[in-house]
Design a protein around this ligand. Structure first.
Ligand SMILES: *[C@@H]1O[C@H](CO)[C@@H](O)[C@H](O)[C@H]1NC(C)=O
Ligand SMILES: *[C@@H]1O[C@H](CO)[C@@H](O)[C@H](O)[C@H]1NC(C)=O
Length: 325
C-alpha cells in the first residue's frame, strides 16, 4: 500500500510540476531538458543516452521522438527530420521541434540514461490555434505587395499566416478564391469546393499554391490572429454612427474601435455572434455570425463583410475592443 501511495504521489507531482511550453501552429519550439550532474558526467560522452518520448495516456501508445548517444542521433515517425537536439552546451539535451502541427500537442519525456542512473524530465507542449482570415484593404482585391501584406495584418492586430495555419484553416472548412501572401513569401488560397475559376474543378480540394513569388507582386493576404486577453464587444448606444463618431464612441467607453483581427478572434475562439453591422478600425463594416439564421448569414457561420462604406454614412453601429490591463 505504501508503494501505491508513493506512485500516485509521484504521478501527482509529475502532473503538476511539468512546465508547459507554448507555440503557434507551424512555428518552431524548444522543449527544455538539462543534464543535472555536470561535474560527474558530461554529455558528449558515449556513455550517456538521451531519449525523447511523446507520452500517451496509455503508455503502450508512447511515441519515440529522438534518441541520441554521443554523435549518433535517430528521429522517428512523424518527427523524422523535423526535430533535433539543441546542444547549446554539453549539458543541453533540449529538443527543438520545427513546423509544429496540431498532433504534436501533448506531454513529452526526456530520459537521460547514464550507466544505471536514469533521470526523467517532463514538459507539456501546448499548440495555440488562432484564426486565419483573408484580408484585402479598402483599395480592393489584389493591392498588397509582400511588405504591404505584413503591414496590413499588423494593422489588424494580427500577423501574416504561415502554411501550417492556412492548412489547418482549410481543414476547418475555409474556402476562399482570392490568392494571398503567406509568411514564407508564397501565395496560396484554400479551396474546399473545387470550381472552375478557383484553380479548376477537376483538381481536388486543397491549397492552391502559386509558389514563392516576386515580393513586388500584388495579392491579398492571409492574416492570423491569436486569442487575446482583451474584450471584443458591440457598443450599445442609441444612434447609428459615422466612422468618426464610431471611433469616438469607443474612446468614450475607455476602449478603442475594434480591428479586423479582433472580430475574427472573438467569432472563432469565443463563438461571438451578433447580427448587427458595425464599423471597424480599418473603415470596413462587418458582423460576426456563429449561429447561421434567416437574414443573418443563413448558410454559413462567418464574419460577414459588408464593405468599406462612405465614412460619413450614418448607417452602422460599432464594435469596440478593450485591452486587458
Ligand atoms: C524553424 O526552423 C527551421 C530549421 O531550423 C528554419 O528553416 C525555419 O525558418 C524556422 N521557422 C521559423 C518560423 O522560425
Ligand atoms: C509595396 O507597396 C508599398 C505601397 O503599398 C510601396 O510603398 C512599396 O514601395 C512597395 N514595395 C515593394 C517592394 O514593391
Amino acid at each position: 500500500e505504501l508503494v501505491m501511495v508513493s506512485v500516485s504521489l509521484l504521478a501527482f507531482f509529475v502532473r503538476h510540476k511539468s512546465p508547459a511550453v507554448f507555440v503557434e501552429l507551424g512555428g518552431n519550439v524548444t522543449l527544455p531538458c538539462r543534464l543535472m550532474h555536470r561535474d560527474i558526467i558530461s554529455f558528449g560522452t558515449m556513455a550517456i543516452r538521451v531519449k525523447w518520448i511523446k507520452v500517451a495516456e496509455d503508455e503502450a501508445l508512447n511515441e519515440d521522438v529522438l534518441s541520441s548517444m554521443g554523435p549518433h542521433k535517430n528521429t522517428y515517425g512523424s518527427f523524422e527530420d523535423r526535430v533535433f537536439m539543441q546542444e547549446l552546451d554539453s549539458d543541453d539535451a533540449s529538443l527543438v521541434i520545427t513546423d509544429v502541427s496540431m498532433d504534436d500537442k501533448g506531454k513529452y519525456r526526456c530520459e537521460i540514461i547514464s550507466g544505471v542512473e536514469e533521470t526523467l524530465q517532463y514538459v507539456i507542449l501546448e499548440v495555440e490555434s488562432g484564426v486565419v482570415f483573408p484580408y484585402s484593404p479598402h483599395l480592393g482585391r489584389y493591392n498588397l505587395n509582400f511588405t504591404g501584406a505584413v503591414q496590413a495584418c499588423e494593422e489588424q492586430d494580427a500577423v501574416v499566416a504561415n502554411h501550417a495555419q492556412l492548412f489547418e484553416a482549410w481543414k476547418g472548412g475555409l474556402d476562399w478564391c482570392n490568392a494571398g501572401w503567406l509568411s514564407d513569401g508564397t501565395v496560396q488560397y484554400p479551396i474546399n469546393r473545387p470550381r472552375e475559376p478557383c484553380g479548376g474543378s477537376k483538381n481536388g480540394p486543397g491549397l492552391r499554391n502559386y509558389g514563392r513569388l516576386d515580393k513586388h507582386r500584388l495579392y491579398d493576404v492571409f492574416c492570423y490572429a491569436s486569442s487575446s486577453n482583451g474584450r471584443f464587444y458591440w457598443l450599445v448606444q442609441p444612434d447609428r454612427l459615422t466612422f468618426d463618431e464610431a471611433v469616438q464612441a469607443c474612446l468614450d467607453d475607455d476602449a478603442e474601435i475594434a480591428k479586423v483581427g479582433h472580430i475574427h478572434a472573438a467569432w472563432k475562439l469565443e463563438g461571438y455572434d451578433r447580427c448587427d453591422a458595425g464599423w471597424l478600425a480599418d473603415g470596413s463594416v462587418r458582423y460576426p455570425i456563429s449561429r447561421p439564421r434567416k437574414n443573418c448569414s443563413p448558410t454559413e457561420a462567418a464574419v460577414r463583410f459588408v464593405g468599406f462604406p462612405d465614412k460619413t454614412q450614418k448607417s452602422y453601429g460599432v464594435y469596440c475592443y478593450k485591452a486587458e490591463q
